[in-house]
Design a protein around this ligand. Structure first.
Ligand code: PXG
Length: 470
């Protein structure tokens, strides 16, 4: 063929009615974490476009996206700088790998930039395409580190119940989601868990500061149970995201750090949600006051515009891998994908230009905290908590006694239904209603979101009364 240029189609997706989309969807598309049969009966909600912090569905309905897509669209939708970066890079070099002693300029430049915005111990990055893949890399890298040091018996990685680290075999094993462990023979060997630092469930009656230390102490107990010489690493999210925005007491992470130091085990901070400004610092570990050896990232690194993930490798591990390690037999086709890296560079520069980390820390984060606290006067709200631009509202039956609704009533899902109906995306994790809006959200938009949240709480309360649950 002399001319291989093919005319581009006019649009990526064709125009169809909602019903037509839903039919094709249920005929061919198996969605993640979904009861396929039940979704086929209801039909998916089809999202067709977005701008700023808003989405529009196929019916033309405008929705305030208080979940940033899925904890990832940190700079908001429609940012031209990211679109241009992808277009430019696709034209110039849409792909080349990093396997055979080659590299591409965007992958190198992003590595430099990541080293600049990360805490000082991080000067090296290993790329992947998602949070799950990054945590698979963690398992292999952590075990390789101890192998090289002549301690191959250090295999055990400690995670937490109700932690979330992804959906691959290693990611789901590191996480502590019982529903995931129940499918597919998980966790894989040598991954164990301790309980989460969730005061409402595990610490009632204790002062939160005291509870933070007690919960961290569970790590020491587990290390002693397993045998300190067998423990390779501890992994945790600075603030548990998918588990329901569980913000630990301020005493928790410093004590975890102390225990890791005492036993010489590696500390891994899973920054897939907390990274890139979400907590009001570049990384959640900075908010929590730890100095991890490894950090997992994904989502916010490109604001979700294209898939990219990776592991920031701290000096302690990098030195051993580089100086003594030889071949590290691990990597992905898309490790350092040039288009993904170009978008990440544009994204990080935009976060810097717009001063979004400062915006979260000094302005809109404290404002959200203040506004969320006002919800505590609502009859259904047992507690609220925020960290930067993550927030949770716990729905309870009896505020005074801190009594929750029976799980099978699924009050959170009732509330989520009202959110959908009223143009708001807020997630339900059990009866914890959670948000993580784009970092570009303004105070006026927080006010708009709060009005929607109040309306949905009122509608949920009316339902709860009508059903006789209160
Ligand atoms: N670590 C953390 C802390 C995460 O939140 C992953 C790893 C895995 O990332 P990938 O890119 O492989 O999905 C995540 C992902 C939810 C929800 O329901 C949260 C995530 C993914 C899907 C749903 O809140 N977080």
């Amino acid at each position: 063929m002399s001319n291989i240029t093919i005319q581009a189609p006019a649009a990526v997706a064709s125009k169809r009615s909602t019903r037509e989309w839903q039919q094709a969807d249920s005929a061919h598309f198996l969605h993640p974490f979904t009861d396929f049969a039940s979704l086929a009966k209801k039909g998916s909600r089809i999202i067709t476009r977005a701008e700023g912090i808003y989405l529009w569905d196929s019916e033309g309905k405008k929705i305030l996206d208080a979940m940033s897509g899925l904890w990832c669209v940190n700079v908001g939708y429609g940012q031209q700088a990211l679109i241009d970066a992808a277009t430019r890079q696709m034209k110039e070099l849409p792909f080349y790998n990093a396997f055979f002693q080659t590299a591409t300029p965007p992958a190198i430049e992003l590595a430099e930039l990541l080293a600049q915005v990360s805490p000082p111990q991080f000067q090296h990055v290993f790329y992947s395409s998602s949070g799950s893949e990054s945590n698979d890399t963690i398992v292999r890298m952590v075990r390789r580190y101890w192998d090289i040091l002549g301690q191959p018996e250090r295999q055990v990685i400690i995670g937490r119940q109700n932690g979330y680290h992804g959906s691959t075999m290693a990611g789901a094993s590191l996480g502590g989601m019982s529903g995931m462990h129940a499918q597919g023979g998980l966790p894989i060997p040598n991954i164990v868990h301790i309980d989460q630092p969730y005061w409402f469930e595990n610490g009632k009656g204790m002062d939160p500061a005291e509870f933070g230390k007690v919960a961290a102490g569970w790590l020491e107990a587990k290390i002693l149970e397993v045998g300190p010489e067998k423990v390779a690493a501890f992994i945790g999210e600075p603030v548990q995201g998918a588990g329901g925005v569980i913000v630990p007491p301020s005493t928790y992470w410093p004590e975890i750090q102390r225990i890791c130091d005492q036993y010489g085990i590696l500390l891994v901070s899973d920054e897939v949600i907390c990274g890139f400004g979400r907590t009001g610092r570049w990384f959640g570990c900075e908010t929590m006051g730890t100095k991890p050896d490894l950090m997992t990232f994904a989502k916010g690194v490109t604001s979700g515009y294209v898939p990219l993930g990776g592991v920031m490798v701290g000096d302690r591990v990098a030195k051993v891998l580089i100086e003594q390690g030889g071949d590290f037999n691990h990597g992905y086709t898309y490790s350092g994908h040039p288009v993904a890296c170009a978008v990440a560079i544009a994204n990080i520069k935009l976060i810097q230009q717009l001063k979004l980390v400062e915006h979260v820390r000094e302005d809109v984060g404290p404002y959200l905290a203040q506004q969320f606290a006002t919800l505590r006067d609502h009859p259904l709200v047992g507690s609220t908590e925020t960290c930067g631009l993550m927030g949770a509202i716990l729905l309870v039956k009896d505020k005074a006694k801190g009594e929750t609704f029976a799980g099978e009533l699924e009050v959170g899902m009732v509330c989520r239904g009202h959110c959908f109906g009223n143009g708001l995306i807020m997630r339900a994790v059990g009866d914890r209603m959670i948000i993580a809006p784009p970092l570009v959200i303004t105070r006026a938009q927080v006010d708009e979101m709060m009005a929607l949240i109040r309306r949905c709480l009122d509608l949920t309360l009316a339902d709860v009364h009508a059903k006789g649950w209160l």
